[in-house]
Design a protein around this ligand. Structure first.
Ligand code: ATP
Ligand code: MG
Length: 431
């Protein structure tokens, strides 16, 4: 019988420099791991952090209190800055080379390169602070960092017939084609020092998910929702999605890091899953927004924004709307909904939604549920009807946008059925 012993690892947490928050220590945590799972986490805020007038709870489960706080799992905000499934694949490969077969939640947290990790926290395995102490250092390359010129060069190579698109992508990601299966690869892309996120196709994608995501983001923008700047780059027959990182501002290059120039700043991020502490319904998100202690007009604008997002997801039949695909950014001492990301129509018409709308996940019942949601959020009929009209007008333009993004017309029929079906049902609400 193989027995696995529990191990304990201490991790120090720092706040990165943000546009409105000075960097500094936040606290430490001891993570007890059994096999791959963090089974007990003890977190304590640094006294200096608690003394800051601008201190905020780093994660909803960790109120601003002195002394150790015990949790049964990793705080949500730190899960949000851990490796995604692609990053975990890369970390697993590195661990295997070191003879380690299990990938723990601490590996997933500390294995992401500090430069690329989501949000505003940085992590150390050493008690002493300093730029070089942050894990993982750049050399780990999880995920890889590319210059936009690398992507353009790969595109040129495939165009010139030097390599296939699969080869070019595998080379770019330093992955080997075998690693590419399953998770959708991502990379940090630098363009004149600015940070972008690149999403690559997975070889087992059944349809052109990358281009459909680009289409959906363009439509979301036209529907009046905040989106990051989006574009695609063609590498042979594949498209790579490039979006500006919403959790970074400023430049990271050497010139920008000179004294007197702030260089790259980070924006703290909580997924809605973290913010709601594992909520399952948009009402949970609304509860979080109402609890955020914002001026009344700001709070109401956030609730209207939430409603419009849900209506948009219904209209494009995006069913992968789990609460890690929605998030909050912290600006000027307040959490606000972040730009829309990871939206894509689902060709399977009857697939249930991932997050309930007032208890409803059945896509056929979504229009009625949207009316109920407007009621729960205190949005007047005239107001949600205006939002819905804008959403439907934007979504109606999808064939033009899909052509512009370069989608093959043989992909249109399935999406036409999925999107058209939902849009027609929503249009009856305006009649
Ligand atoms: N524009 C962005 N700026 C900063 N962070 C982003 C941005 N878009 C996404 N992210 C972060 O990266 C994570 C992964 O992105 P995304 O949700 O698009 O990919 P995914 O869930 O792996 O995608 P898929 O399910 O399509 O493979 C998100 O959960 C979010 O934390
Ligand atoms: Mg996602």
């Amino acid at each position: 019988m193989v027995t696995v012993n529990a191990t304990t690892q201490r991790v120090w947490v720092d706040a990165a420099a943000t546009p409105d928050f000075a960097p500094g220590p936040v606290g430490w945590m001891d993570v007890v791991t059994l096999a791959e799972k963090a089974v007990r986490v003890t977190f304590a805020y640094d006294a200096a952090y608690l003394a800051r007038p601008d201190a905020y709870a780093v994660s909803p489960e960790l109120p601003l209190e002195p002394g150790p706080q015990a949790l049964g799992s990793m705080p949500g905000a730190f899960v949000d800055s851990s490796a995604d499934s692609w990053g975990q694949k890369l970390i697993r490969r590195q661990l295997r080379a070191e003879g380690v077969s299990l990938l723990s939640e601490v590996h997933a947290l500390l294995g992401v390169s500090d430069e690329a990790r989501t949000g505003g926290f940085r992590f150390r395995e050493l008690p002493t602070a300093g730029e070089e102490a942050y894990v993982a250092d750049r050399a780990a390359q999880v995920p890889v960092v590319l210059d936009l010129r690398d992507l353009r060069a790969a595109a040129d190579r495939t165009r010139a017939g030097v390599s296939s698109s699969e080869q070019a992508i595998a080379e770019l990601l330093d992955a080997g084609t075998a690693v590419l299966g399953g998770a959708r690869p991502k990379a940090l892309v630098r363009r004149k020092g600015r940070a972008l996120l690149a999403k690559f196709p997975a070889p087992d994608d059944e349809h052109d998910a990358i281009r459909w995501e680009a289409v959906s983001l363009h439509l979301a923008h036209a529907a009046g929702l905040a989106t990051s700047r989006v574009r695609t780059i063609e590498i042979g027959k594949h498209a790579v999605l490039l979006v500006d990182r919403f959790d970074r501002v400023g430049k990271a290059d050497a010139a920008a890091a000179e004294p007197g120039n702030a260089g790259e700043l980070r924006i703290p991020y909580w997924s809605a899953r973290t913010a709601t502490e594992d909520g399952r319904d948009y009402l949970d998100v609304a509860r979080v927004i109402r609890g955020m202690d914002a001026p009344r007009d700001v709070m109401r604008a956030q609730l209207r924004d939430l409603w419009r997002r849900v209506a948009f997801a219904v209209a494009v039949h995006c069913t992968d709307d789990h609460l890690r695909n929605l998030g909050f950014l912290r600006r000027e001492a307040a959490w606000r909904l972040c730009p829309v990301f990871d939206v894509e129509p689902d060709p399977v018409q009857e697939r249930p939604r991932s997050t309930a709308i007032v208890g409803v996940v059945d896509p056929d019942a979504a229009p009625a549920a949207l009316i109920a949601l407007a009621g729960e959020l205190g949005i007047k009929t005239s107001s949600w009807k205006r939002s819905l009209a804008q959403v439907l007008a934007a979504v109606g333009s999808w064939p033009d946008v899909a052509k512009r993004v370069g989608l093959a017309e043989d992909e249109f029929a399935a999406m036409d059925a999925a999107i058209g079906h939902r849009r027609d049902a929503l249009a009856t609400l305006l009649a």
